[in-house]
Design a protein around this ligand. Structure first.
Ligand code: CMC
Length: 423
């Protein structure tokens, strides 16, 4: 027998049986029995905003899968570009499809000269690269007028390729500008991650050769960050996209959502926290201050969905060892390990199911690779673009309604206007 729930309106005694589908109940059914009674759900903690076939996440069991494939297998064996294809198309590419996809992305890595010269170089010298990225992505919509044809499948595909390809170029350009360094054009003989590293670090050498271990580690981090179902930035993407705005404007909104410390800025906060703790002796007093509320939160711990160890954090911890073998150990690592050890055996964190999340170790890797703190959210935005676009495309294919939640009004009742002189 199909599972269902029954709701009863105690004011009238009327009942309605609602089928349970894919783990949820349709609010439209609820509305049939109870028109005008809304769910009070700030932060959408208990609301499924859509149906999605892209990413599966079981927060209690610590499971993450893209299109059914376990994140552990993808991180170990795949590449970011292949994962981007998978997220967008639902299936892994054949060798021929992968070759064509990689070639298309590579051909679109360049940005219009005006984006760099007139636009990016117009920022103040100390502009935050994430602020520059948000604006530059939005500005792209003015360069590609065909982006408005969101129901033209060919045009849609082209904007998706452009966005995935240009994100690293814009990201590196923002960094170079903030360092007062000249822009480095993409080197299209390089793969995705090495090309980004070349645009970041090239100085006077004719060709920048990224260390293969570091390039692979970055690609792995890109895989781990490529999607995470209905997080804050993906929700922003879907909400803005639901108005049928072009994908550059929607991606700019998603990037803006990622800018905040509660989302994409958390790994930066982790490094600041570890730096402030400063030594192993200070770890226990710091944990005590978190527990009593004076020390703020333990950054990189806790997650809205994961109530066990974030599977991405496990993979990142391994990647960190590989990176540190090349770069030398990040001196903050020992503090992080001790923090984790103490927190995982402390009842405050255990009872609240607070475990390390993806951001706890990723910042240590980025820092060891030479990225400044301001670039951390930018490094998150590059791969998450694939996830955002997969959700945007899925939403359009579902012919979804415009996002427009209700509110529970708690303000003043009706009252008469009093002219200024009478107040
Ligand atoms: N340190 C100390 N206490 C915490 C922490 C933390 N990091 N996270 C949650 N708590 C406590 C919180 O004080 C509350 O305790 P109580 O019930 O006594 O009031 C309880 O745990 C539940 O917290 P919540 O704020 O209701 O949980 P949430 O699901 O709304 O918040 C979170 C999730 C990620 C915003 C939060 O855990 C947090 O602020 N973590 C630190 C920042 C961070 O690492 N963010 C990265 C998230 S993963 C990357 C991403 O998805 O972008």
């Amino acid at each position: 027998m199909a599972e269902s729930i029954t709701i009863t309106d105690n004011r009238t005694g009327e009942s309605l049986e609602i089928p349970l589908e894919n783990g949820g109940v349709a609010a439209s059914q609820w509305t049939k029995l109870l028109p005008g009674i809304w769910f009070d759900d700030p932060g959408f903690v208990s609301t499924a905003a859509c149906e999605s076939a892209i990413t599966y996440l079981d927060g209690d069991a610590g499971i993450l899968r893209y299109r059914g494939y376990p994140i552990e297998q993808l991180a170990e064996q795949s590449t970011y570009l292949e994962v981007a294809y998978l997220l967008l198309n639902g299936e892994l590419p054949t060798p021929a499809a992968y070759e064509a996809w990689e070639r298309e992305i590579t051909l679109h890595t360049f940005i219009h000269e005006n984006v760099r010269k007139r636009f990016l170089e117009g920022f103040h010298y100390d502009a935050h690269p994430m602020g520059m990225l948000v604006s530059a992505v939005a500005a792209l919509s003015t360069f590609y007028l065909d982006a408005k044809d969101i129901f033209d499948i060919e045009s849609r595909k082209k904007q998706i390729i452009r966005l995935i390809a240009k994100m690293p170029t814009l990201a590196a350009a923002a960094h170079r500008f903030s360092m007062g360094m000249p822009f480095v054009y993409p080197d299209n003989s390089l793969k995705f991650a090495p090309n980004f590293l070349s645009m970041m670090w090239k100085v006077a050498e004719p060709r920048f050769e990224a260390d293969p271990v570091l390039a692979r580690a970055l690609d792995t981090l890109f895989i781990l960050h490529a999607d995470h179902e209905q997080n804050c930035s993906t929700t922003a993407m879907r909400v803005v996209g639901s108005s049928h705005a072009d994908p550059y404007s929607a991606t700019a909104a998603a990037t803006a959502a990622l800018y905040g410390p509660r989302h994409g800025g958390a790994n930066e906060a982790v490094i600041r926290m570890l730096t402030e703790i400063g030594s192993l002796d200070n770890v226990e007093p710091f944990i005590a201050s978190v527990k009593e509320g004076s020390g703020g939160r333990l950054q990189g711990f806790g997650h809205r969905v994961y109530k066990s160890y974030d599977p991405r954090a496990k993979i990142i911890k391994r990647t960190a060892d590989e990176v540190f073998a090349v770069t030398g150990k990040n001196p903050l690592l020992d503090i992080a390990l001790k923090l984790e050890e103490i927190a995982l055996s402390d009842d405050y964190f255990v009872s609240r199911k607070l475990y390390p999340n993806v951001d706890f170790y990723s910042g240590l890797i980025y820092q060891a690779m030479g990225f400044p703190l301001e670039m951390f959210p930018v490094l998150f935005a590059i791969p998450r673009t694939a996830g955002w676009l997969a959700h945007w495309q899925e939403m359009l294919d579902q012919d979804s309604k415009i996002a427009r939640p209700r509110q529970l009004y708690i303000g003043a009742g009706s009252r008469d206007y009093v002219p200024l002189g009478g107040r």
